[in-house]
Design a protein around this ligand. Structure first.
Ligand code: CDP
Length: 222
């Protein structure tokens, strides 16, 4: 099988839209590999932070990338052999990720690594630019979204369920800041690909969203 004949399902969308959970379930159901591209940017942000590199210093952050080993194993993420699965999920690393992700050199340094996830029998990739930049030939492209208020509410409940403190207004503000940065950057901004299906999840639970994605994939196979 040539590389380009390996099917890719690209799922893009804003923060807390549920795309990660949906993408993972779709990958499991299809028996496909899964790429959480946001985890790569979060890992780069964490590495920069730990090494005292300013996230605004494009050259320095980009130079760091080839020296990092980022691996996904059994659902955990390893940065230079340390399990960073929990550490990269903080809001601080989310904001840090969106800062390092705005640098063209950093994005370029992560392209080959992302392409390496394209393995038979197929890949489900989630992020911001999966359909537009990294896998423009993806077989199915989904843009999964919901209003900022719905997404903030979901994140708020998630935190409370984990027994953590949460402030709805602060979460909403952070989401809006990150959305704005992701949409307005000049390189690979968050946007719906022209040939992507829009999936608004405001009124859908995870199972219903998964079914919609599976329907879109099936429709593309006919
Ligand atoms: O989990 P959440 O949706 O909040 O974020 P994420 O998917 O883990 O991504 C964290 C940040 O990385 C985003 O805010 C984007 O700025 C950046 N990112 C990106 O630029 N391109 C991607 N393909 C994936 C993430």
């Amino acid at each position: 099988m040539s590389l380009n004949s390996i099917p890719v399902i690209a799922i893009d969308g804003p923060s807390a839209s549920g795309k990660g959970t949906v993408a993972q379930i779709v990958a499991e159901k299809l028996g496909y590999h899964y790429l959480d591209s946001g985890a790569l940017y979060r890992s780069v942000a964490l590495a920069a932070y730990e090494q005292g590199i300013d996230s605004n210093a494009e050259q320095d952050v980009a130079k760091l990338v080839p020296r990092l080993s980022i691996k996904f194993q059994h659902g955990e993420i390893y940065l230079n052999d340390a399990d960073v699965s929990e550490k990269i999920r903080t809001e601080q690393m989310g904001q840090g990720a969106s800062k390092v992700a705005a640098h063209p050199l950093v994005r370029l340094a992560l392209v080959d690594l992302q392409h390496s996830f394209r393995k038979a029998p197929g890949l489900v990739a989630d992020g911001r630019d999966m359909a537009t930049v990294i896998f423009p030939d993806a077989k199915t492209k989904i843009f999964l979204t919901a209003s900022a208020e719905v997404r903030a509410e979901r994140r708020y409940k998630q935190l409370l369920n984990k027994g953590l403190e949460a402030n709805y207004q602060a979460i909403l503000k952070e989401l809006q800041d990150r959305d704005a940065r992701d949409r307005q950057r000049t390189v690979a901004p968050l946007q719906q690909a022209q040939d992507a299906c829009l999936l608004e999840t405001g009124q859908l639970n995870i199972e219903q969203a998964v079914n919609k994605v599976l329907e879109a994939i099936a429709a593309n196979q006919q």
